[in-house]
Ligand binder design. Sequence first.
Ligand SMILES: NC(=O)c1ccc[n+]([C@@H]2O[C@H](COP(=O)([O-])OP(=O)(O)OC[C@H]3O[C@@H](n4cnc5c(N)ncnc54)[C@H](O)[C@@H]3O)[C@@H](O)[C@H]2O)c1
Length: 372
Amino acid sequence: MATALVTGGAGLIGSHIVDLLVSEGWQVRVLDNFEPQTHRNGPPAWLNPSAAYQTGDVRDRAALRAALDGVDVVFHEAAYGGYMPEIAKYIEVNSYGTALLLETIRDDALPVRKVIVASSQAVYDEGAYRGEDGALFFPETRPLAQLQAGIWEVRDACGHPATPVPTPERTPIGGQTVYAISKADQERLVMAWGRQTGIPTVALRYSCTYGPRQSIFNPYTGVIAIFCTRLLNDRAPVVYEDGHQTRDFCFVEDIARANLLVATDDRADGGVFNVGSGVGTAIGDLARLLAETLGVAVAPEFPGAFRPGEIRHLTSDFSRIAALGWQPQVPLAVGIARYLAWIRTQGDVAEYFTAAAARLREQRIVHLAGKG
Ligand SMILES: NC(=O)c1ccc[n+]([C@@H]2O[C@H](COP(=O)([O-])OP(=O)(O)OC[C@H]3O[C@@H](n4cnc5c(N)ncnc54)[C@H](O)[C@@H]3O)[C@@H](O)[C@H]2O)c1
């Protein structure tokens, strides 16, 4: 029986990986510090009784060493996520925590057979596009001045609006927000370490992942959860830009299955894979769909706010992982229905977005077009 370590195994994605591995007969250990931004009330109700939980931090070498004992496969999900105003903490938890994990395995010659890292579509500077000439191109992030002028769409070299197309893995990465930079760090560290040590590694670039257990406390990440907590308090979802920007939403159980696949299929070793639905959804439409499904008659607001460094359109080209046999199975409407059924079991849901929005404006993570 294989033994897994799932870092961040109390969170949205990690907890679904834990459940899947347990159901497949794995022995599962979790290292999680129950980050208060995500778990405001401490350890959540969904911890799996068949897994062993160690409360600890990926920035702590001794905690990592203990958690790694006897582990065959590491699923590295722990991260500080979203658009929080901190800078140093992202680098500490995501970049440094990953470096420490890898160093501990190598220095203590631990018999780990594979490391799978949770990367993100956020590592792309922008999605892929086709210009008027029909050629595929990879634009840079939109300049601040363009966004301040409220010109949202990506332009091709001749200044014409470009057509978004599914984004393949060869699209340039780098990261244009602090979170994205730290995710690119995590991915590069794990893949370079794998090449150096010969230990198989895989990076999965998840698209926007949602589903039951997505934190209802964190106003900085998870647009479906943020919009739902607003609507359940009769407040309008606040949509950035003009609402026509698109994202790829993937149900969390599909993401968990992709992890199991690459853990058990050697053809994945050394590979970087997009994992997404392949469907682009406009954020304005998402806000309306959630209001309608929740039965809340509140229209979204479009104040002309934007976040510099944000991607305009991104839909995953997941053909690389599809070639290994993975396909998304849960369409958005079904996944949203399952999320809403879950959120209704969570008692009184508060909304933390209003306070967070003021902080994000003050710290210039969110800007208003025409106002800087
Ligand atoms: N949810 C998404 O849309 C999405 C998209 C792309 C990539 N990802 C990545 O997937 C991974 C899991 O994301 P998620 O949505 O499940 O997030 P989540 O916040 O629900 O879960 C993260 C878990 O990590 C734990 N954690 C945070 N800091 C830690 C630390 N210092 N030490 C130990 N544990 C710590 C948290 O307590 C939490 O349980 C992350 O690496 C994230 O960057 C998520």
